[in-house]
Write a protein that binds this ligand. Structure first.
Ligand SMILES: [Fe+2]
Ligand SMILES: [Fe+2]
Length: 192
């Protein structure tokens, strides 16, 4: 397993800020995995590996994706690096653990019905401390208490960010957010 981390570190060696980020995601994900009884090694690997395709040329990122997938995300090419990273982990290390691969694939927008590992990577991507976001600690504490609440918050932040840039969030991203809004609303209701 250490081989994967070494390879991830090597792939990002010319991008020190990104390397710090993936280290932060891995550390944060490990802490959350321990709290929520999720496989710690998978959390660490997904954290290190999730952005390893970020600096590959787009042609490289899409080379193992099928045509439908390429077309589906042509207006949102940011998704390619996530799908590509899952592909390379599968190919280079013969890893076929769906949960681990899904956590990498869906780290940008998240999706509805995520596993706890997927939620943890999605949350850790936004709240790892090296990004220096003001609300990092708050998100982390929220995630210790309730992963769905933290997922919902991070999804909202991400959508607001897309809108602030003058872009339109994808339907897929909006649907995932809608799902977690419903999930967390249900929980709040049930406590009263
Ligand atoms: Fe990413
Ligand atoms: Fe990331």
């Amino acid at each position: 397993m250490n081989e994967i981390i070494l390879k991830a570190t090597d792939k990002l060696k010319d991008h020190p800020k990104r390397l710090k980020h993936v280290e932060g995601v891995a550390e944060t994900a490990v802490l959350l995995a321990k709290v929520h009884d999720v496989d710690v090694e998978k959390a660490r690997i997904a954290g290190y590996w999730h952005d390893t395709s970020k600096y590959d040329e787009i042609e490289i990122q899409i080379k193992d994706l099928d045509q439908d997938t390429i077309l589906k995300y042509q207006d949102y090419p940011v998704i390619y690096h996530a799908l590509a990273a899952a592909k390379t982990l599968e190919k280079e290390f013969d890893i076929h653990d769906d949960d681990l691969l899904n956590a990498i694939r869906h780290h940008v927008w998240g999706r509805s019905h995520m596993s706890n590992l997927e939620k943890i990577i999605f949350i850790a991507d936004s709240c790892e401390p090296n990004r220096g976001f003001e609300d990092s600690d708050m998100i982390f504490n929220m995630a210790i208490q309730d992963l769905d609440e933290a997922v919902c918050y991070c999804m909202k932040q991400s959508i607001d960010h897309v809108i602030a840039k003058g872009k339109t969030p994808s339907q897929e991203q909006m649907e995932a957010y809608q799902y977690y809004m419903e999930e967390t609303r249900g929980k709040i209701k049930n406590t009263h």
